[in-house]
Design a binder for this molecule. Structure first.
Ligand code: ATP
Ligand code: MG
Length: 449
């Protein structure tokens, strides 16, 4: 059966267990429990969204989301360990120790509602302002963003229900917007960033009609709440595919709407040093994610904002301001301008400012201060950032080596190193003659902050 828009709303294609690779062995036991109990309670229940897509791709899903025709209250009655969250659209969170299974009642998109209901629900740009109606499974499909994210897995025959051709798209690694791409991007411009995120993360291509509007609609990101953009940026850059995400954001001219000061500096960056540092920093971040090491939002933002911060710093420091206050001021000014686009929380900006203000201490090797610096709570992050700068000739390589050596030395050797400072260094290594020069030279090298 088709609706007035010609969509086949009633009949999904059902992919039987024999024809797909989703195995219960890879589904969280808690998610299976939730599906079973809803089913026994007489409700429909499906795994949906990213987890089905990831299972098909043989990725480990981040989490398991369930969709059901039970209302949130009905879900709560079935599970003791259930909390309802959200004011506008209520979701049930079922807690199993540290794992949470999110259960959402089928939701209708605005275009399933009649005209009266629609009034006042989108702004002039077409952005959805309210999205809080329950619906049927058939409605729930159409509100989702990409076909690959709209597959439903049921324990009933262990089959996958596909209303939108998502199964084939996953097989062919294509990201395709459900419905008219421009309309869907206008309804929620974050979907453009999601397109980039999924293309990067899953190594999918974006199909042509879904791709074209990306080049034109970046300006719509200005209407998105700034805190939501921050969350989306974090998801995009801390998922192990930061370099590719950055490349796509630039390619689709979305970056300038998110980080205008960065784009401006990259355009002026003739020898490409800032770009090099940025890509190097994102590569390190990706590497750490792959190795399951912790990554921090403040380090990420330092990498993303270093070009404008350093430019501002050079101007302030060159005008006579001492290095630490100059760096603090530069960070404040650039963060303030950045907040116009993306709301970066203080828990990110404060440690970022601390870490960057410490950069000048790497120029002071002589004396006990350098030994004390080794025990500073932010030493490690500051050191990592300094290494990044050194790898892009933004900091003196010999000095960087000294800081590496001193950490490896025993206490006695550390004291000796600090006594001679940079001029005698670690003793054994043969070193290049130290360059001398006035402020102009050192500013160019960026080593004498
Ligand atoms: P991830 O692995 O990154 O969590 P995901 O696909 O699960 O990917 P979520 O942000 O967790 O992404 O969203 C879950 C599902 O909700 C998506 O798969 C999609 O079906 C739907 N969805 C989320 N955000 C949107 C949106 N802005 N517009 C339409 N549908 C959305
Ligand atoms: Mg998810």
């Amino acid at each position: 059966m088709s609706d007035q828009k010609g969509r086949d709303t009633q009949r999904p294609s059902i992919i039987p267990r024999a024809d797909h690779t989703v195995s219960r062995a890879n589904i969280s036991n808690n998610a299976l429990k939730v599906l079973h109990r809803l089913h026994k309670g007489g409700f429909q229940s499906f795994l949906v969204g990213g987890c089905v897509r990831d299972l098909l791709l043989k990725h480990q899903p981040k989490d398991f989301d369930v969709a059901t025709d039970a209302s949130p209250e009905e879900v709560r009655k079935l599970f003791r360990n259930c909390r309802l969250i959200g004011r506008r659209f209520r979701l049930a969170h079922i807690h199993f120790g540290r794992e949470i299974i999110e259960v959402a009642t089928f939701r209708a998109t605005h275009d399933e509602l009649d005209d009266d209901d629609m009034r006042g629900q989108t702004d002039e740009g077409g952005r959805i302002l309210r999205d809080n109606r329950y619906g049927e499974l058939e409605d729930d499909v159409w509100r989702r963003d990409f076909t690959a994210n709209a597959l439903y897995y049921t324990l009933d025959g262990y089959s996958i229900w596909d209303f939108v051709g998502g199964f084939r798209d996953v097989e062919q690694r294509v990201l395709r917007v459900i419905g008219d791409p421009e309309t869907r991007y206008r309804e929620d411009p974050v979907r453009m960033l999601r397109a980039v995120r999924f293309a990067a993360k899953l190594d999918f291509s974006i199909d042509d009609p879904s791709e074209q509007p990306l080049w034109e609609l970046g300006h719509l990101l200005a209407d998105v709440p700034r805190a939501r953009l921050y969350d989306e940026i974090i998801k995009m850059f801390l998922a192990g595919r930061a370099i590719e995400s950055f490349r796509l954001l630039e390619h689709y001219r979305l970056l300038i709407h998110l980080f205008p000061a960065l784009v401006e500096e990259l355009e002026k960056d003739k020898d490409g040093q800032f770009r090099k540092l940025l890509l190097e920093g994102l590569a390190t971040t990706d590497q750490r994610v792959r190795e399951d090491k912790p990554v921090t939002t403040f380090f990420l933002f330092a990498v993303l904002l270093w070009a404008p911060i350093k430019t501002r710093f050079d101007r302030l420091h060159g005008g006579g301001m001492p290095p630490i206050p100059a760096m603090q001021r530069a960070v404040e000014e650039i963060v303030k301008a950045q907040q116009q686009r993306i709301s970066v929380p203080r828990r990110t900006t404060i440690p970022m400012q601390e870490m960057l203000a410490l950069q000048s201490r790497f120029n002071m090797r002589k004396g006990v201060r350098s030994l004390r610096f080794l025990h500073h709570p932010r030493f490690r992050a500051a050191y990592d950032f300094m290494l990044l700068r050194a790898s892009c000739s933004d900091f003196d390589g010999e000095a960087a080596q000294w800081w590496t050596d001193i950490q490896l030395a025993d206490e006695k050797a550390q004291r000796e190193m600090a006594q001679v400072g940079g001029d005698g260094g670690s003793g054994k290594r043969k070193r290049k003659p130290r360059r001398r020069g006035g402020r102009k030279r050192s500013r160019e090298q960026g080593a004498k902050e």
